[in-house]
Design a binder for this molecule. Structure first.
Ligand code: CP3
Length: 318
């Protein structure tokens, strides 16, 4: 449950004392925030507390998280020269607090609860760098696809960055990684196939044989067929398609999903019905990881999270 932290009163209390980037700058704080969701429910996995943007300062791009907006960078990158000027620093040397936190978290978690790491897919990172802020239409990003040298240069640089960032997480002890191509769903199939797929595939290929790789994209029902060809070990299914229909498209690969996060804000009976519908459609087949289709919404009642985890555990064991 991505960005689950925002729904927890204990997370919001910590945010009164620290800003977001401070929270990701100290190992003890990263450990504390990563473990917060376990105060609410006995979850089956933990997600490292960091952000898609966390590795960017290592290549010389600083960012802020603006409340209600998301990540904002000072100087959008729109010219080849700016890509050439990105720092060649090694991400492994730049984020020692994260590797230390991963070691501490894996010691603290029960042996049967894995820690998941994550990174941005090249396109989703590129969209933040090129637009400078979250943007639903991605006008500048899509326009820059037609400048072949610029596009290949920025996408290749971000593919390398995410590969080395994920490898460093794996070396420190994460047991699976999720690649977030959150905004790929805004693209047409042609745009995705020619300008995005090759880079995400390169990233996933570089990690193959290490730990399981989970691919995530939002509003991707039209892209499921190429996404299935990326070679990820698990495919996250957004809630824009029933999970059984999506599974039929992606073929015999484990899937994760796909409860609508909006259902988590409904009354308990409505929430349970929606969760049971996902379980019914998954049909008890091997390879279904119950999850939401996207992150928890900020004002989700914590009691519903607890209820959901209990319900899925009960249904899963019956
Ligand atoms: O639940 C967790 O804490 C897991 C850690 C996590 C965060 N971001 C922490 C975070 C993860 C896995 C992410 C991934 C992430 N970050 C994605 C991919 C997932 C998705 O939603 O598709 C994206 C697109 C981002 C970029 C980003 N960072 C956004 C859109 C926002 C939210 C901005 C807002 O105010 O709504 C952030 C900030 C962020 N990252 C928060 C957290 C807990 C909230 C910031 C805060 O505390 O003010």
């Amino acid at each position: 449950m991505r960005q689950a932290g925002r729904a927890l009163p204990s997370y919001r209390a910590l945010r009164e004392r620290y800003d977001f980037i401070e929270l990701t700058s100290q190992a003890e704080l990263i450990v504390e925030v990563t473990m917060l969701p376990f105060e609410v429910a006995p979850l089956d996995a933990a997600i490292l507390f960091a952000d898609l943007m966390t590795p960017l300062p290592a290549i010389g791009v600083s960012y802020r998280i603006v409340e209600g907006v998301g990540p904002v960078i000072a100087d959008p990158i729109r010219a080849l020269q700016q890509v050439d000027e990105l720092s060649a620093k090694n991400v492994h040397d730049e984020l020692p607090q994260l590797w230390e936190a991963i070691k501490l978290i894996t010691k603290e978690l029960p042996a049967d609860v894995p820690l998941l790491g994550f990174a941005g897919a090249p396109f989703t990172l590129a969209s933040y760098l090129i637009e400078g802020k979250p943007d639903r239409t991605f006008t500048a990003t899509r326009a820059s696809m037609s400048d072949g040298r610029f596009w290949d240069s920025i996408m290749s640089r971000l593919t390398e960055l995410s590969a080395s960032y994920l490898q460093a997480q794996i070396d420190a002890g994460v047991e699976a990684v999720q690649v977030f191509d959150s905004w790929a769903g805004a693209l047409t199939v042609d745009e995705y196939e020619s300008h995005v797929f090759p880079y995400t595939k390169r990233l996933i290929d570089e990690l193959s044989g290490s730990v399981p790789v989970i691919h995530f994209g939002a509003t991707t029902r039209h892209l499921l067929e190429p996404i299935a060809r990326l070679g990820a070990d698990v495919i996250s299914i957004y809630h824009d398609i029933p999970i059984d229909e999506a599974w039929a498209v992606v073929g015999p690969v484990p899937v994760q999903g796909n409860l609508d996060p909006e259902a988590m804000r409904a009354d308990p009976a409505t929430m349970s019905d929606a969760a049971l519908d996902v379980l019914r459609r998954a049909g008890g087949r091997d390879g279904h990881i119950f999850n939401l289709g996207h992150g928890l919404l900020p004002d989700t009642p914590v009691d519903n999270v607890k209820r959901l985890v209990d319900l899925v555990h009960e249904e899963g064991s019956s």
